[in-house]
Design a protein around this ligand. Structure first.
Ligand code: NAP
Length: 232
């Protein structure tokens, strides 16, 4: 991490965990570029009042490759200590591979698997040599821990994301960068719902501790919000 103010690019910061990540980093003195989709006012824009200079808002819809390339062009020449791709979607947890529509399967896989990796492929070189590249996965993405089933399609999309991160790590094995896959716990957001076990405040500061704790450690790790290793 650089000695000046650390900088992060957080993709998918309009609400929920991504917004909280941005706010936590800002509280800790980071400079943040946070992304939203489209032109609608979001809660990230509200944060701009408090962090006028430290927060920049960019736009990208990660499922649109032209928007990812345009973001890459706009950020050309910048260097980040952290690139973190948080954006993701869920589907009906009761859907199984036996009854999901092809369209819905593709929506999950394109948003949660292909697109975060496209962002990393496209923007990863903006991260400093000693920096960190991370993605928001899920404990449900652990193949080893899948004993109860449920959330089949979502699980599959996050397990595939984890596998593609492994392939990325293998292709970049000589890099100094730290690569991290995060399982934030089951958190009360629009996606997690009101019955989730953790508040955002119980998860995200520890997620940030976990991410910053990995700085300078090369290679790939799958860690939960407590910093514990999640079985693949
Ligand atoms: N909450 C949990 O319990 C939980 C548990 C494990 C993992 N996760 C993962 O954590 C991440 C954040 O979840 P959350 O609970 O904060 O969900 P959320 O409240 O539904 O927020 C999802 C975020 O992703 C963004 N996003 C979705 N599709 C996008 C796209 N195509 N391009 C750019 N941004 C996009 C959303 O932007 P818009 O506002 O524009 O829709 C929003 O900022 C996800 O990857 C999720 O799978 C969550």
């Amino acid at each position: 991490m650089s000695h000046t103010k650390p900088t992060a690019l957080i993709v998918g910061a309009s609400r929920g965990l991504g917004l909280a990540l941005a706010e936590e980093d800002l509280n800790r003195g980071w400079s943040i570029v946070g992304t939203v989709r489209g032109k609608t006012h979001t809660r990230l824009h509200d944060l701009k009042n408090k962090y006028e200079h430290a927060l920049e808002i960019e736009t990208v819809d990660i499922v649109k490759p032209d928007e990812v390339s345009a973001l890459r062009d706009r950020l050309k020449g910048r260097t980040f200590d952290l690139l973190f791709v948080n954006a993701g979607v869920a589907n009906n947890p009761d859907e199984t591979i036996g009854n999901v529509t092809t369209e819905e399967f593709i929506r999950l896989m394109v948003t949660n698997t292909l697109s975060p990796m496209r962002v990393i492929e496209g923007l990863g070189d903006l991260v400093s040599d000693e920096g960190t590249i991370g993605v928001m996965s899920s404990g449900l993405g652990s193949v080893a821990n899948n004993e109860d089933g449920g959330w089949e399609i979502y699980r599959g999309s996050k397990a595939a994301l984890n596998t593609l991160m492994c392939s990325y790590a293998a292709r970049h094995r000589n890099d100094q960068r730290s690569l991290i896959i995060i399982a934030p716990g089951w958190v009360r957001t629009d996606m997690g719902g009101p019955r989730a076990s953790l508040s955002i405040e119980e998860s995200i500061p520890r997620v940030v501790d976990t991410i910053t704790g990995q700085a300078g450690k090369r290679g790939l790790r799958f860690l939960d919000y407590r910093g514990l290793t999640v079985p693949w």
